[in-house]
Design a protein around this ligand. Structure first.
Ligand SMILES: Cc1ncc(COP(=O)(O)O)c(C=O)c1O
Length: 489
């Protein structure tokens, strides 16, 4: 492997996999074997690019507080930090004159900030959707009436209902807030068409790009384009730079009036005992000492993705999804949620949610881990309304389950299993998944699994990992104790 110095901005697709940290990590199985881990939980957080780590390492000798230091290191770090803003903005086509790029912790913080910074009026409405991750739903609910546009059985947005909600609430809709790509079905929403509808009704559009940014090229388009995206957010930990930073991009004007949502050091021009003058954005919106190494890592990840090419990445991931879906259809009891037809796959990112009828989702996920060495996720993926809709729960069923959960029994927790791909996954990874699912579908399971009702998790009797052997620095609780802390995710 060449060092990052020589490879800077010249990445080829076939180098991606070997650049993933931990790609060869072997994990233990129930039968005592060890196998290379198959990571299919990229929708939650991706592993890190080695390149990101290398660039951060090169930067760290110069690490210093930014913006007010006068020493060499501080001036260098300040320039790097400011340039990282430019890189994060240009990744989505931001206009350097009219947009601001604000660093936050993650997409969740970005949505909370955007929602808090609106000059809300009585009767204001936010149009959102049933598809949303809770991070693009709950923050809006704190400030305005949120209308959740429905979806059809496959999970596609009901465009007729959306248009009609705009008509019915004419003059009151401040935001259309929706996801760029679903973390459950992978459906990519037609964000520019939706932007046109929002703008025709004098509303802003916010796109939650947490699941879109790592998988597709994004262009928010010029401000005078009717399809312009007013605000967009994404998270570095979902794009190979898991060091605690996220991005909110949007119109600078929006952030030049009103008070910042968080105040303290760094957000002011001048403070007197009786008066404060706020700085210009983005400083005005980045209270406290910022995550400079995280910003460097994010910029390095963006450089790498861009140099490989988002088109190339999209094509590769589409091919993986196509292959996985074709093979999954042969698994006994398989039910896939969301688009599965060939002509639909172009507008779907690499997320496949499914169940094996008759086997609880939490049990499938546990078997994939302990008998297959495969990391997936199960449950409702922080999008409870969407998952329950796709599972066709009626309101009474949904309420009954809510009561059970509130009473501390998660035995019937609704949910699915989700496999989500990154740019480095391969056909072999898919084959490992399908082989394991085939065994589950045919009932060829080694372990004796038991349900833990308090958490809704399944785990094989008398089995635990010896984590200390893998990471000796910390102490570990038994896995069954960890699951005690699992919320209804
Ligand atoms: C569609 C979507 N939006 C928002 C989020 C929240 O992202 P973060 O946890 O980085 O704030 C996620 C996380 O999974 C997501 O999938």
């Amino acid at each position: 492997m060449k060092s990052s110095r020589t490879q800077h901005c010249n990445w080829k697709f076939d180098e991606l996999r070997s650049n993933i940290m931990g790609i060869d990590t072997e994990v233990p199985l129930l039968d005592g074997r060890r196998v290379p881990y198959v990571f299919l939980d990229n929708g939650a957080s991706t592993p890190s690019f080695r390149h990101v780590f290398d660039v951060m390492e090169e930067f760290m000798p110069f690490y210093s507080g930014v913006h007010r230091g006068t020493g060499f290191k501080s001036i260098l770090a300040t320039q790097v930090f400011d340039e990282a803003h430019n890189i994060a903005g240009s990744f989505v086509g931001a206009d350097p004159d009219r947009d601001t790029v604000i660093f936050v912790k993650n997409t969740t913080e970005a949505v909370n900030k955007l929602a808090k910074r609106c000059d809300w009026r009585d009767g204001d409405v936010v149009i959102s959707t049933m598809m949303e991750h809770h991070s693009d739903d709950l923050p809006w609910r704190m400030h305005a009436r949120v209308i959740h546009i429905g979806v059809n059985d496959k999970g596609y947005l009901d465009m007729t209902q959306l248009r009609s909600a705009f008509e019915t609430n004419r003059g009151h809709v401040r935001f259309l807030a929706l996801t760029g790509a679903s973390n459950i079905t992978g459906i990519i929403n037609p964000i520019h068409e939706l932007a046109e509808i929002a703008h025709a009704h004098d509303a802003h559009i916010f796109v939650d790009a947490a699941q879109l940014a790592p998988h597709r090229a994004i262009d928010i388009r010029p401000h005078d384009d009717p399809g312009h995206i007013d605000f967009i957010a994404y998270s570095a930990h979902k794009m190979y730079a898991p060091f605690g930073i996220g991005v909110l991009v949007g119109s600078r004007d929006y952030f030049t009036t009103g008070d910042p949502d968080m105040v303290g050091g760094g957000v002011v021009e001048i403070v007197e005992l009786g008066q404060v003058a706020w700085s210009a954005p983005p400083a005005r919106e980045e209270a406290g000492s910022p995550n400079v190494p995280g910003a460097v890592g994010l910029a390095a990840a963006i450089h790498m993705l861009q140099s490989v090419g988002m088109e190339t990445i999209a094509q590769h991931e589409q091919e993986l999804v196509r292959y996985a879906i074709t093979r999954m259809k042969d698994v006994p009891g398989m039910r896939i949620y969301g688009p599965v037809e060939e002509q639909e796959l172009e507008n779907k990112v690499g997320v496949i949610s499914f169940e094996i009828v008759g086997v609880p989702h939490a049990k499938v996920a546990a078997i994939l881990s302990v008998e297959g060495g495969i990391g997936v996720r199960n449950g409702c993926f922080c999008a409870h309304p969407y998952v329950k809709r796709l599972l066709q729960f009626d309101e009474t069923e949904a309420k009954e389950i809510t009561q059970e959960i509130l009473a501390g029994d998660r035995s019937n927790l609704p949910g699915m299993v989700r496999a989500s791909f990154g740019c480095y996954n391969t056909h072999d990874d898919v084959d490992r998944l399908i082989d394991a699912l085939m065994r589950i579908g045919h009932g060829e399971i080694i372990g004796e699994y038991e349900l833990h009702p308090r958490t809704g998790t399944w785990w094989p009797k008398n089995f635990d990992y010896d984590f200390k052997e893998y990471f000796p620095h910390f102490s570990f609780r038994p896995t069954s104790a960890i699951t005690e802390f699992t919320e209804a995710s």
